[in-house]
Design a protein around this ligand. Sequence first.
Ligand SMILES: Nc1ncnc2c1ncn2[C@@H]1O[C@H](COP(=O)(O)OP(=O)(O)OP(=O)(O)O)[C@@H](O)[C@H]1O
Ligand SMILES: [Mg+2]
Length: 414
Amino acid sequence: MRETKPLDKVATIAVIDDSVPLCEMLCDLLNEEGYLTQGYFSGQTALEGMADTPPDLILLDIDMPYMDGFEVCERIQSSSLLKQIPVLFISSYSDLDDKLKAFSCGARDYVTKPIQLAEVKARIETHLSLRAYQQALEAKNETLAKTLAELKATQQQLVQTEKLAALGQVVAGVAHEINNPVSFIIGNGHVLKRNAERIESYLTDVHQQSLPSSILARRESLRIDNVVSDISPLVGDVLEAASRVSAIVDDLGLFCSQQHADKSTLKLSELVADAIKWVTANRGFEYAISLELDDSIQVIGNKRQLVQVIINLLNNGLDACKGQQFSPQIVLTSGIGSTQNQAWLSISDNGPGISDGHVQKIFDPFFTTKKVGEGMGLGLAICHRLIAEHGGDLTVQNLPEGGAKFTISLPITD
Ligand SMILES: Nc1ncnc2c1ncn2[C@@H]1O[C@H](COP(=O)(O)OP(=O)(O)OP(=O)(O)O)[C@@H](O)[C@H]1O
Ligand SMILES: [Mg+2]
């Protein structure tokens, strides 16, 4: 290869011709016109050289030994790196067939021997400016496609925010209407439970006395013993159901609330410890937990919300492990992100992981695989939203050894 660098123009022309004098002469003439040139004396060396440093335009001789110009052109067209570069064939005046074949191989134009510099220069200029327009158009298209994608994302976000705002208003109204009667049910339910215990203990005493046969018959026919022993569990069920309704209303309210929560600097390991305390209080020690936490990490956030996120993720991991033969194992790890202004906390479990079809949906509100009454499908949607409101991110991946890993990233500084 022969390479020379004149000073003022930047366009690089590759000249491929097996005739060394012709190739060198063309390079010199083009250099004098201010182009950079790459001279190649065979198709093979040209393809190798151009793959390393692609030129802006290619002048290609047809008649060459080993690999003729048509084959070189076909190879250029099949290379993703080179196929956009305009190829101008160098042909003899008489070879009409060659010229037609050149176009069918992908050539943009041809120049004829003997070479007329003015003609070559005019054709080169035309194709270089066409190429420049094409490149500018491609760049504009790319920018347009990017802008369109950004617009679509913004539009979706706007629709989502508007939907949430509308839903939030409905939920706030409904929550208010539901919370009043539900708190009556819960308050009175507790009184009823205490009273039922008293009645039960009183009747136990009464039944130890010798009672008239008419009373004993009534006790039998009304199945008083069954009725009394049923009262406590039934009231217990009512209370549990009412508490669940109240929790659902709270969840919905939290999901839809747009309120700004107070934030402060919090020790990540303490948030984790609080969340574990809550989960253990509700579920007992039904799982093994290992902590690989960096005790020095502090994040900026709202304590109540962040503890709630960790509780949700722990509960999900433990729920996923239900029904498996081996006992649940949760691993919590933390660290500082590569950008240094984010910390991360990951929560992994040894459950079945998340099936491919579900990965895209698990952060959608109301997506659940749990049975009716066991899950609303709001946990992860709430977590995602809360973490996003903190300026962080919540992501999920399946572990190669099985199980799912959720990673929260949070800002370290405001
Ligand atoms: N660690 C996990 N392993 C496997 N699947 C999971 C895990 N965490 C979540 N999922 C899947 O994502 C779904 C949605 O979780 P999400 O917490 O949003 O709702 P939920 O747990 O079903 O109900 P709830 O509203 O009570 O939280 C779950 O039903 C489950 O299918
Ligand atoms: Mg959940």
